[in-house]
Design a protein around this ligand. Structure first.
Ligand code: PGA
Length: 235
């Protein structure tokens, strides 16, 4: 069973998300599908076919915080998963590893599974292992990692159409799994994210180290998204 996460980011209007939802309700799959829509749509997408995820959560519990959403509120909407540490948030909102660590703590209190995104920029690629190790160390400090999903997303691959080679992905995912084993004495689910689409999924699905995929652009088109899921039925 693979985990397939659709990250809508800031896409889709209400009518678009409604037809997306209806298309997805016809899905029959043995894989676990998690859809992360924009906040306003979460409550109308509750269903029994796919799982609901959020794209973000606030890292503090201070209720007088205009414009933010808490883990408790997400829980009350039926959210089971939440993306944290996406590179777009680290970059555009200057989210720190300590903020991300706090988000994970608050999500776990509500029994929401964090999907922790880590990854390196193109400039950082030669020092990739140090970068990833640093993110894992700080983001997961004092965290019970039994209910964590890690998404390895090379930043240079997100939305660019470029993906690492099969052997690069294999090595990096092995590296992440080994790091967690050595430091937390546990196995971990690791997804790959970055320009996954209905064509390259044929190659990506041959990499057995990958436990699933975090998909942005290609998951917005239900035809492409369904093709990806169909292709994953046969491994
Ligand atoms: P992409 O986005 O599939 O459009 O590259 C992935 C992500 O940002 O999670």
């Amino acid at each position: 069973m693979k985990i397939v996460v659709s990250n809508h980011k800031m896409n889709l209007t209400l009518s678009e998300v409604e037809s997306y939802h209806h298309e997805l309700l016809t899905l029959k799959t043995k894989n676990k599908i998690i859809v992360c829509p924009s906040f306003p749509y979460i409550s109308i997408l509750k269903n029994d076919t796919y799982h609901l995820g959020a794209q973000n959560v606030f890292h503090l519990t201070e209720k007088n915080t205009t414009g933010e959403v808490s883990a408790k509120q997400l829980k009350s909407l039926g959210v089971e998963y939440c993306i944290v540490g996406h590179s777009e948030r680290r970059d555009k909102f200057s989210e720190t590893d300590s903020d991300i660590n706090q988000k994970i703590i608050l999500l776990q209190k509500e029994n929401i599974t964090p999907i922790l995104c880590i990854g390196e920029t193109l400039e950082e690629k030669p020092n990739k292992e140090t970068i990833l190790k640093n993110q894992l160390k700080k983001d997961l400090e004092n965290i019970d990692i039994t209910s964590i999903i890690v998404a390895y997303e090379p930043i240079w691959s997100i939305g660019t159409g470029m993906i690492p080679t099969t052997s690069e992905i294999m090595t990096t995912i092995k590296f992440i799994k080994n790091y967690i084993k050595e430091n937390h004495n546990s196995d971990i689910i690791v997804l790959y994210g970055g320009s996954v689409n209905d064509n390259n999924i044929d190659t990506l699905k041959t990499i057995s180290e990958i436990d699933g995929y975090l998909i942005g652009g290609a998951s917005l088109d239900t035809n492409k998204f369904k093709t990806i899921i169909e292709k994953l039925e046969v491994i």
